[in-house]
Design a protein around this ligand. Structure first.
Ligand code: NDP
Length: 332
C-alpha cells in the first residue's frame, strides 16, 4: 500500500508491486509457524475502505502504508512446524498479498479440502466469503415467503448472483440489476425474472412496473436505495449488505428515512463474520453441493500475477470486472 487514493485506486500509485524483499524458502525461520506458497488471492469491494489514512476510523483497520495488503486467499503449505498441519496441505483465510507468506499459526487460516470438481478460486467466491454472505444474510434476515418480490442490486457479482439463485429456489419473483448488458444476460441465465442494466434503464420505471418489492438486497446504496424505498411494500425487509456506489466518492446520507417508518420496514445491516458460527454447517451442507453439481452457477474474472492485483482491484471498483475478482498468483 503506497498512497491513499482520492477516489478510485490507481495501480502503480495506490498500490505497487515491490520485489525488493525476498524469502529464502529453504532457510527462513518458521518459529513454530508455516511457510505458504500463495496460489489465489481475492479482490473484494470492502478492500477500498481499508485503503485510507489510519486516523479515519471504520469497522476494519486501515491497510498500513508501506506494507503489503492482505485479504482472502488460498495457499499450499511448503514447510510446517505447526502441529497438525503438513507440507502439501492447502490453507485458506487471510493472507498477505505476497507470493510466499510465513504465518505464525492458523489463527487467521484453516486447512481446506477441495472438492475435485471445483477450482481453488471457487473457495474465495461462490463457495467462500461472498457465497456465505448471500446465504447467511438471506437466511437470517429475509423472512422470505413464496410469491414475494425481491430486488437484488449488483446481481451479477458473487454475492448478488448467489442471492438471485437462493431467492428463486425459495419461490420468489426476482428483479435484478447490473451495469452491463452481458451481466444482464448472466442474471437471466441464473433465473432472474426481470433483469436490467441500471445505466441504460431507469430503476424507478422498472420497480414501478414490476414491484412493489417485499425484500431489497442492497449492494449499492445511494440513489438505488432511495428508489427501492419508494417502491417498497408495507412491512418490507431491507438487507443492507453493502453500499458500493459510495466507496470511491464518500457516503451520501440517506434522504428518505421517513419512508422506512411509514412502510414499517425492517432494515438490517450485517457483517457476514458475525453469522459464520450460526450458518457455516448449513452452508456446507446446502450450498456447496449445489455449486459442485452445477445447480448454482457463478462467474469469475481472473487476473494472472501478483503484479496485476492493483488492476484487478480497480476493475472491480470501477465495475469493468465480470464476476468474482480472482488473482491467480501461482500454480502448484
Ligand atoms: P462485486 O465483485 O460484484 O462488486 C463489484 C461490482 O460493483 C462491480 O462489478 C459493479 O457492478 C458494482 N459497482 C461498482 N461501482 C458501482 C456504483 N457506483 N454503483 C453501482 N454498482 C457499482 O462485489 P461482491 O458481490 O463481492 O459484493 C457486493 C456487495 O456486498 C458490496 O457492496 C460489498 O461491499 C458487499 N459485501 C458485504 C459483506 C457483508 O458482510 N456485509 C460481505 C461481502 C460483500 P455493476 O456493473 O453491476 O455496476
Amino acid at each position: 500500500f503506497n498512497a491513499v487514493p482520492e477516489d478510485y485506486p490507481v495501480p502503480g500509485k495506490t498500490t505497487v508491486y515491490d520485489t525488493t524483499e525476498t524469502i529464502d524458502l529453504e532457510n527462513v525461520p518458521l518459529n513454530g509457524g508455516l511457510l505458504i506458497k500463495v496460489l489465489i488471492l481475492s479482490v473484494d469491494p470492502y478492500m477500498r475502505g481499508r485503503l485510507r489514512a489510519p486516523e479515519v476510523k471504520s469497522y476494519m483497520v486501515s491497510f498500513a502504508l508501506g506494507k503489503p495488503l492482505s485479504g482472502g486467499g488460498i495457499g499450499v503449505v511448503l514447510r510446517s512446524e505447526f502441529a497438525g498441519v503438513e507440507a502439501g496441505q492447502h490453507v485458506g483465510g487471510v493472507l498477505q498479498h505476497q507470493e510466499y507468506v510465513v504465518a505464525p499459526s492458523l489463527a487467521m487460516l484453516e486447512v481446506i479440502e477441495k472438492d475435485p470438481k471445483l477450482d481453488w478460486s471457487v473457495y474465495i467466491g461462490a463457495a467462500g466469503m461472498p457465497g456465505k454472505t448471500a446465504f447467511m444474510g438471506w437466511r437470517e434476515y429475509s423472512r422470505a415467503k413464496k410469491g414475494e418480490v425481491v430486488y437484488v442490486s449488483t446481481g451479477a457479482g458473487p454475492v448478488g448472483a448467489m442471492v438471485i439463485q437462493i431467492a428463486k429456489q425459495d419461490g420468489l419473483k426476482v428483479i435484478a440489476s447490473a451495469g452491463t448488458d452481458e451481466k444482464v444476460e448472466f442474471m437471466k441465465e441464473i433465473g432472474a425474472d426481470v433483469a436490467f442494466n441500471y445505466k441504460t434503464t431507469d430503476v424507478r420505471e422498472v420497480l414501478e412496473k414490476e414491484g412493489p418489492i417485499d425484500i431489497f438486497w442492497d449492494n449499492v446504496g445511494g440513489s438505488t436505495l432511495d428508489a427501492a424505498m419508494e417502491f417498497a411494500n408495507m412491512h418490507s425487509r431491507f438487507i443492507e449488505c453493502g453500499q458500493i456506489s459510495g466507496y470511491n466518492s464518500g457516503y451520501q446520507p440517506m434522504k428518505v428515512l421517513t419512508l422506512m417508518i411509514f412502510k414499517m420496514m425492517s432494515f438490517h445491516g450485517f457483517l457476514v463474520t458475525f453469522l459464520l458460527p450460526k450458518y457455516t454447517d448449513a452452508f456446507k451442507a446446502e450450498v456447496v453441493p449445489k455449486i459442485v453439481s452445477g445447480e448454482f452457477k457463478y462467474t469469475e474474472d481472473v487476473t494472472r500475477g501478483l503484479d496485476k492485483l492493483g488492476d484487478a482491484l480497480r476493475a472491480l471498483l470501477v465495475g469493468t470486472n465480470t464476476g468474482k475478482g480472482v488473482v491467480v498468483v501461482a500454480h502448484e
